[in-house]
Design a protein around this ligand. Structure first.
Ligand SMILES: *Cc1c(COP(=O)(O)O)cnc(C)c1O
Length: 398
């Protein structure tokens, strides 16, 4: 018997759960784009977005998904024929590198695999060898949503500064912004990108690029930037349409306004703490279940785990079967494994992910974990019973 009827829960790493208040604020007649409330709300919207990113620099909004934000960041900083370094700890860094390649950029990928973070010695060595300063940017994903590892920027900043290397430090914060602590200016990040549909709790459709004066200078040195991708006017427009290089994403703006109000009412520190506590509950449950069975967290080192997404392995076909059971029997959709397929498991059916980013709280996470424990039992997948109790203990200790 299916018990899925009722409110469904999309527990995947984006799109995330959209708060009812955000949905309500979007449910309105088309607003006037010539004057009044909508154009007037833009300066405060940019100010509050930059507060989320931890920057006093500039912000540009695009009508696009994360892939568009990747494209925008590169279009404004690196010309075809120039070179970038990509530090890869999962599928998403590789995908960003392919976008760079398709723009004619020469890409050197340092691949550190799917299980941890960068080898800083290797990064330093590669940058030191680049005494001619061929690298125009170092691209690093903050949280790689496929492996669910979290990387640090301060050590990268330190290496660039010590070598006096002028490459821009560029951050993909699409899975982490407003979930995991990120402080763009304090960490010396020059360009950061994110999207609306993860920690920012809005539907997919907006991409954001934050950049500092150094990056703006690098933009000015480029000969060719298409009008659409150019961030200059978007970040400092003289007319409302220039924020978007065309028609505004009217309803998304209202949704984002409400989401930013919710974010700043809770407070960035409190949001980061909430995500950390909920992630801790998930880890406690999974580590307990895994003591008598195949379930494992992909990232073994706690310090390197995202607080917004968790990648797990369980062996094929159990990952796919568990996902199917949770959706059909309980109304909870888990994320597919991404970028984890291998020769023994070409479809990646032994992997799955939990998204726990944005508008999620303790009862949702305990519900999610309860459903997973029920699914493990129903499917006869070996595990040590009582993971949910461990999650509850972790939360009551917070
Ligand atoms: C989701 C995500 C992307 C891609 O975003 P889309 O909106 O799907 O284009 C890129 N990088 C990271 C880290 C992500 O989590």
């Amino acid at each position: 018997m299916s018990l899925a009827h009722g409110r469904t829960y999309l527990a995947i790493p984006g799109p995330s759960v959209v708060p009812d208040a955000v949905l309500r604020s979007m449910h309105r007649a088309s607003p006037n784009i010539y004057e009044g409330e909508l154009p007037d709300m833009m300066p405060d919207l940019l100010r509050d977005l930059k507060k989320v990113a931890g920057t006093n620099g500039h912000a540009a909004i695009y009508i696009c998904n994360g892939h568009g934000a990747w494209e925008a960041a590169l279009a404004n900083t690196v010309a075809a024929g120039e070179k970038v370094m990509v530090l890869a700890t999962g599928f998403f860094a590789m995908a960003w590198s392919r976008i760079a390649e398709a723009r004619g950029i020469v890409v050197d990928v340092l691949d550190f695999g799917n299980g941890g973070t960068f080898d800083l010695a290797r990064v330093e060595e590669t940058l030191r060898a680049d005494s001619a300063h061929g690298y125009k940017a170092v691209l690093a994903v903050h949280v790689d949503t496929s492996s669910s590892n979290r990387n640090e920027y301060l050590p990268l900043r330190r290496i660039l500064d010590e070598l006096n290397h002028p490459a821009l430090l560029m951050a993909d914060c699409i899975a982490s912004m407003a979930c995991d602590r990120f402080e763009m200016d304090a960490w010396g990040v020059d360009v950061a990108v994110t999207g609306s549909q993860k920690g920012l709790m809005c539907p997919p459709g907006l991409g954001f690029v934050f950049f500092n004066d150094k990056a703006a200078e690098q933009r000015r040195a480029l000969k060719l930037v298409s009008t659409y991708w150019d961030w200059t006017q978007r970040a400092a427009p003289e007319a409302f349409y220039q924020y978007f290089s065309g028609t505004a994403p009217t309803h998304h703006i209202y949704g984002l306004r409400t989401a930013l109000d919710m974010i700043h009412a809770e407070g960035m520190e409190a949001i980061w703490d909430r995500h950390a506590a909920l992630a801790g509950a998930i880890w406690a449950a999974v580590e307990h279940w895994g003591q008598d069975g195949p379930l494992r967290l992909n990232i073994a080192d706690r310090a390197l785990r995202s607080h917004a997404v968790t990648a797990l392995s369980i062996g094929k076909p159990s990952g796919a079967e568990l996902r199917r059971w949770c959706a059909d029997q309980a109304g909870v959709t888990l994320g597919i494994g991404l970028g984890m397929a291998n020769d023994d498991d070409p479809l990646g059916e032994g992997y799955f992910r939990f998204g726990h980013m944005g508008h999620v709280n303790a009862h949702m996470i305990l519900g999610l974990l309860g459903v997973v424990e029920a699914g493990l039992g129903a499917l006869g997948i070996p595990h040590r019973a009582g993971g949910v109790t461990e999650a509850a203990k972790a939360l009551s200790a917070v």
